[in-house]
Design a protein around this ligand. Structure first.
Ligand code: HEM
Length: 344
């Protein structure tokens, strides 16, 4: 019998208290403070910067698929999550941010701990988190000394009309949130999307024949099996009436994004996966002032990943019965533990 998954505790306030800088980013700010940070970060994280990454994204995608095709030759099973969906966004975000090779493994492991280590004993968690904190501090200090053509250097340089800049804690926090948000989410959009298309084979075949439909398919997958289950927890600052239910001041509000994306009042047959439909309106990237800042990057990365998979691995198939796939215990993310496939 399989061991039960570790218990998932929602939010470990005492853990985050040991690193106050971590709560200095825009996702946990409101009003003018949020607006100021978002304006500064947007000035550095431009569409042009994202689009200029396309050739290296394609090269990273191809290099990972070269490995997948070698590992999967002769019908061997490959874990597409570990070998493709996971390393692709991590490598892309490290390129964008300008993370040097010697810090990547520590940052990668630290991010894993922060998001997946909820069931871990406190001491083990703290030791791993310290490695992440040290690596991020070194990263920002290095960019200050030796700026490059990367997003962290741009965030250090950015200033608004009044000469305002991001503080040291804000830089650390922003580096953390951009690497975290730019990575775990896209991993699961790709892996969940592949699983969905392979378990609805006609949809996979349709995209193989008409790859120009991939951008619309990415939107459909975001709705149908998106990676983010809930928006960041909120506390009501004043009473709010939501469809007759009153949320009182001080009450915790957790917005479930995925059920909203399957709302039959918004779209016909919401439970049907149909990559040919007009993109439905969705909350996969959130809504309002915290609407995802990385939309352009996520869409570009997912488009390149799916187009390349369809072209280079047309015979991709699940290597196990879909019922055997397991989903990682997470309050925030909807994602698989593994994605065993064959490529020939
Ligand atoms: C498939 C990929 C992605 C999905 C599904 C996604 C989803 C989301 C969602 C739902 C929110 C809103 C959270 C809330 O309201 O509490 C959000 C915010 C955010 N996302 Fe993404 N995201 C993705 C990729 C990215 C990428 C690639 C980046 C950047 C590198 C990024 C950076 C951010 C940031 C900075 C915020 C906070 C914005 C703010 O507070 O103003 N995301 N994302």
């Amino acid at each position: 019998m399989k061991a039960p998954p570790p218990p998932v505790t929602p939010f470990r306030r005492e853990r985050l208290a040991r690193a106050p800088w971590i709560a200095s980013h825009m996702l946990v700010r409101d009003g003018a403070a949020h607006e100021r940070q978002r304006r500064l970060v947007t000035a550095a994280f431009t569409r042009r910067r994202v689009e200029s990454l396309a050739p290296s994204m394609q090269a990273i995608t191809d290099a990972l698929l070269d490995e997948v095709l070698i590992a999967g030759k002769d019908g061997s099973t490959v874990d597409l999550l570990a070998q493709f969906a996971f390393p692709l966004p991590m490598t892309v975000i490290c390129e964008l941010m300008g993370v040097p090779a010697h810090l990547r493994d520590d940052i990668k492991a630290g991010m894993e701990t922060t998001f997946r280590g909820m069931g871990m004993p406190d001491e083990e968690w703290a030791a791993k988190f310290e490695v992440l904190e040290r690596s991020l501090t070194e990263l920002v200090a290095t960019k200050r000394r030796e700026p490059g053509d990367d997003l962290i250097s741009a965030l250090i340089e950015v200033r608004d009309d009044g000469g305002d800049t991001l503080s040291e804690d804000e830089l650390l926090s922003m580096t953390f949130i951009l690497i975290a948000a730019g990575h775990e989410t896209t991993v699961h959009l790709i892996a969940n999307g592949v699983e969905a298309l392979l378990t609805h084979r006609p949809q996979w075949d349709l995209l193989r024949a008409e790859p120009e439909r991939v951008p619309a398919a990415v939107e459909e997958l975001l709705c149908w099996c998106g990676p983010v289950q809930v928006a960041f927890p909120l506390i009501a600052a004043e009473p709010v009436d939501v469809g007759g239910a009153v949320i009182g001041t001080g009450e915790l509000v957790i917005v479930a994004l995925m059920p909203a994306n399957r709302d039959s009042a918004q779209v016909a047959e919401p439970d049907v996966l149909d990559v040919t439909r007009e993109p439905r309106p969705h909350l996969g990237f959130g809504h309002g002032i915290h609407h995802c800042l990385g939309v352009a990057l996520a869409r570009l990365e997912a488009r390149i990943a799916f187009e390349t998979l369809l072209r280079r691995c047309p015979e991709l198939r699940l290597a196990v019965d879909p019922d055997e796939l397991t989903w990682a215990p997470s309050f925030i993310f909807h994602g698989l533990d593994r994605l065993p496939v064959t490529v020939t």
